[in-house]
Design a protein around this ligand. Sequence first.
Ligand SMILES: *Cc1c(COP(=O)(O)O)cnc(C)c1O
Length: 432
Amino acid sequence: MKYYNIKNPERKVSFSEAVMHSVATETGLYMPEKIPVIDNSFYSGITNTSMKETAYPVLRPLLDEEVPDKVLYKIIDEALNFEIPLKKLSNNLYVLELFHGPTFAFKDVGARFLAGILEYFVSGSNKEITVLVATSGDTGSAVANAFKGKEGIRVVLLYPSGRVSLVQEHQLLFAGNNIIAVELEGDFDDCQRLVKQAFADSDLNRKIILTSANSINIARLFPQSVYYFHAFAQLQERKKPVVFSVPSGNFGNLTAGLIAKQMGLPVSKFIASTNINRSVPDYLETGVFTPHPSYRTISNAMDVGNPSNFQRILAIYGNDLQRVRSDIEGYWFTDGQTREGMKELADNYSYIADPHTAVAYLGLKKYLSGNSLPHIGIFLATAHPGKFPEEVEKTTGKKVTLPYETAGNPSSKHVKLSADFDSLKDLLAGSS
Ligand SMILES: *Cc1c(COP(=O)(O)O)cnc(C)c1O
C-alpha cells in the first residue's frame, strides 16, 4: 500500500512518510492509493467480536507492510484497550459510545493509535520527532495522554489562555515530561496560525522533524474506521438499512466512516451533523463549498468553518457531487436546538448526552423523520457528558461527574507565550 497526496496525486509515499510528514496545510493530505475491500463474509462473521478482534482485519489491509504484524497487534492491544459499547435506546435507535478512553472523548482512539505508530517509526530511526498541535481542548488532552512517556517524541501543544475548561487544562498539565503545554495569549485561531507558520517554516523544518497529531494525520483516521465495524458486531438485528449520524467539526470521524463503507461495510447513509458551522451541510445542499470563519457554540469541538478533511471526502468520491450526496446527508443545528436535543434525550430515553452527541441525535432524528422506510439509526457519542458539566446540568437538571484523578503534581512543562511566531520558533528549535 502506498499513499498519495490529494493535491499532487503523482506524489506517492510510504506510510511512515505520510505519518511523520503529515503536514503542510497548503499542500494536500494523504490518502491510501486504493481503499481495500474486505470480503463480505467478514462483517457477517463479526457477531459479538471485541473491538481488538475487529481491529486487525480492518487495519491490516490499510497499512503498508512497513508495520509488521507483531507490531500492529501490540499497538492495537495497547491503544484500543477500552470499551466502545453500542447502547439501545429504543426500537431502531442506538448510540455508539466512543468516550470511555482515558480523556473521555473519542479522540483517544485516534491519538493512542497514532502514538503507537509514531513510537514504532521513531524507535527504528534514531531520530527525535516533535508533534505540534493546536488545541481548543479535546485534541490536546487526548494527544498529551496518548504520547506521555513515548521515547523519542516531544509533544508541543498550543492552547488559548483562559479558553479551555478546567478538566481539559488539567489533562494537558498532568500528562508527562515529554509534553510541553504552551499557554498562548490569544485565541484558538492564533494557535492554529502559529502552528501553520511552524509547518511552513523551512528553516525550522531543516532543524527538527515536525509532524501533526490533528486529524490531518492519516494514522488518526484508520483506527476510527474500526469502530464502525465494531458497531455492526454489536448489532443483533441487521436486516434493516443502517444509518450513522456523526457529529462533525473537522470531519475526520465522518471520513473514517466513509472509508469503512468503501471497505465493504453495508451502511445505507451517513448523516453529517453540525452546529452552525455549516459549510458541509451547505455544500451538500447547494453544491458549493464556502468555508467561513469559525463561530463559537456550546459544541465547541465542532467549531470549524473550514474543515481540513473535506478534501478527503471529495477525493473518496472523485469530486462527484451526486456520489457524495448518495452517501451523505447534512443537517446543522443552533445551540437552542442542541439544548432541546439534550432535554429530549434525557426526558424520553433517560439518556444524558453532551452537546456534541446531542447534535448527532438531532441529525439522525431529522433524517429518519423524513423517511418512511424503517432504519436502524446509530448516533455517535463523542464526549462524556461530564466533560461539559455546566451545560449538561443547566439543560437537563442532572448532575454529571467525571471519574478523573487530581492527585499529584503537574508533570508537563508549562510555558506561557505571547502570540508571536519567533518565541514559538525559539522554543521548538531549542533542544529543551
Ligand atoms: C473533535 C470532536 C468532534 C468533531 O470530530 P471531527 O472528527 O473533527 O469531525 C466531535 N465531538 C467531540 C466531542 C470532539 O472532541
